[in-house]
Design a protein around this ligand. Sequence first.
Ligand SMILES: Nc1ncnc2c1ncn2[C@@H]1O[C@H](COP(=O)(O)OP(=O)(O)OP(=O)(O)O)[C@@H](O)[C@H]1O
Ligand SMILES: Nc1ncnc2c1ncn2[C@@H]1O[C@H](COP(=O)(O)OP(=O)(O)OP(=O)(O)O)[C@@H](O)[C@H]1O
Ligand SMILES: [Mg+2]
Ligand SMILES: [Mg+2]
Lengths: 254, 254
Amino acid sequence: MPRIAVFNQKGGVGKTTTALNMAAAMARAGETPLAIDLDPQAHLSMVSGVSEGSAESSIYAFYRDARPLADLVKPSQHGWSLIPAHLELSKVDTQYGKGPNILNRLKIGLVKENLNGVRPVVVDCCPMLGVLSLSAIFAADKVLVPVSADYLAVKGALQVEKTLNALTPVLKRRIERRYVVTRFDSRRRMSWDIYESFRERFGADLCETRIAESVSLAEAPFSGKDVFTHAPGSRGAQDYQALYDELKASGFLQ
Amino acid sequence: MPRIAVFNQKGGVGKTTTALNMAAAMARAGETPLAIDLDPQAHLSMVSGVSEGSAESSIYAFYRDARPLADLVKPSQHGWSLIPAHLELSKVDTQYGKGPNILNRLKIGLVKENLNGVRPVVVDCCPMLGVLSLSAIFAADKVLVPVSADYLAVKGALQVEKTLNALTPVLKRRIERRYVVTRFDSRRRMSWDIYESFRERFGADLCETRIAESVSLAEAPFSGKDVFTHAPGSRGAQDYQALYDELKASGFLQ
Ligand SMILES: Nc1ncnc2c1ncn2[C@@H]1O[C@H](COP(=O)(O)OP(=O)(O)OP(=O)(O)O)[C@@H](O)[C@H]1O
Ligand SMILES: Nc1ncnc2c1ncn2[C@@H]1O[C@H](COP(=O)(O)OP(=O)(O)OP(=O)(O)O)[C@@H](O)[C@H]1O
Ligand SMILES: [Mg+2]
Ligand SMILES: [Mg+2]
């Protein structure tokens, strides 16, 4: 069962939107996905319709009090479960170096509790390469990198690639990764130019599926729903379904 | 002369785009603005056409080696100057509590060197409320808050308002602030609904000017230019000019 970190240190590229709708696509395919919100700003928790809880009932309790991850799982209303985040989680990022194993704790917890023997895990990251995002990458088998089609996102994607490659000797394995272009505006010449340059740079690591800029994806959080529930026929739903199908077919979701 | 922090802890709402084009608008009005990049990911530095430098020639040298800010100023090619950032700057964020006065050092430096007696200062922040962004807010007279017209941005704007109000007793003054809606898509019903709800919530603190989603703003960084230089007649240039004019007329840029 895959453990997927949704990561890009660039802000606003669609990490949370991707984590949410990938978990929903997995649930619709009959899997029982577990989403983990590893962003102190708790955006995935907010858009999952999970009401705001205390730090003690969030993933921060795993770090601070060694609470079992299984105790922190909340069902969302749409077929997938979530361990929510909390603002206190930012204390973990400022603890770099204050524990030899902090980067490995999430992986150890998931493996020890066998939380993903039978269920896929999707981790949403914050827009910073700190202890939390590194913990997600260390815990994951694979990294899904949403990239938007603009200048700083191009720079950011190259930075992500560098980071993942730099971690290969540390983790003693090559981290499997896929880049998916999001917020794609097909009317812009620039969008296609960038897509082509990603294709040249990342080859088969670049998804064929592009997630179009689509109002259904921006609207869905207002009803606390994923896009399939909020707007089943919409472009946004079709694109995330296509992304799920492509990643499934290519073995990325094994 | 104003010191303006461009801040929002939400990623990808247009902080860097706003900092760049506000500095450019000031330069076109005959002012001599100084931009300070306080994001370890150095996006403002990248889009200013300032080539990537060492940590020693970035704002990190001010923090680590107490180098004078004046020594770190680089001219950009379009009439405004910049103190660039560097990835090493992330070490400052992890030093919370390791220096009683770290939050005040930028303000003290600017005042002591009288760096903005005659010139306005614009500070670009990273998408996190840590030591760096707090330093920018402490150093600034005013905060300009770009907000995009979507669900998480609404949540984020309320969070920013809470944060600024919570700092009032700490700073012993009310931080003057303006919210500006960015990446506005006037064809979406949702955009107008959100704008109206911001108007209700923020009243006169919400700018009349809305920055439309406009390809010229996304393209300009590819040529290392601000939008006025890259696409003078474009919607993006008009909108940022209008924002500058509005903030000037209302006294926010005094
Ligand atoms: N394909 C899309 N079409 C329309 N809107 C989108 C799309 N993808 C994302 N959005 C909207 O853009 C905003 C930013 O997306 P999102 O919050 O998922 O990005 P993020 O990378 O998680 O941001 P952060 O770095 O702040 O965590 C959200 O409000 C979301 O609703
Ligand atoms: N009004 C707009 N129209 C079109 N594109 C825009 C607009 N504003 C911003 N963009 C593009 O959206 C992307 C995100 O904007 P920007 O990087 O300025 O946001 P940010 O808040 O600084 O992000 P971060 O949180 O990562 O620092 C950029 O590539 C930028 O070119
Ligand atoms: Mg997010
Ligand atoms: Mg920025």
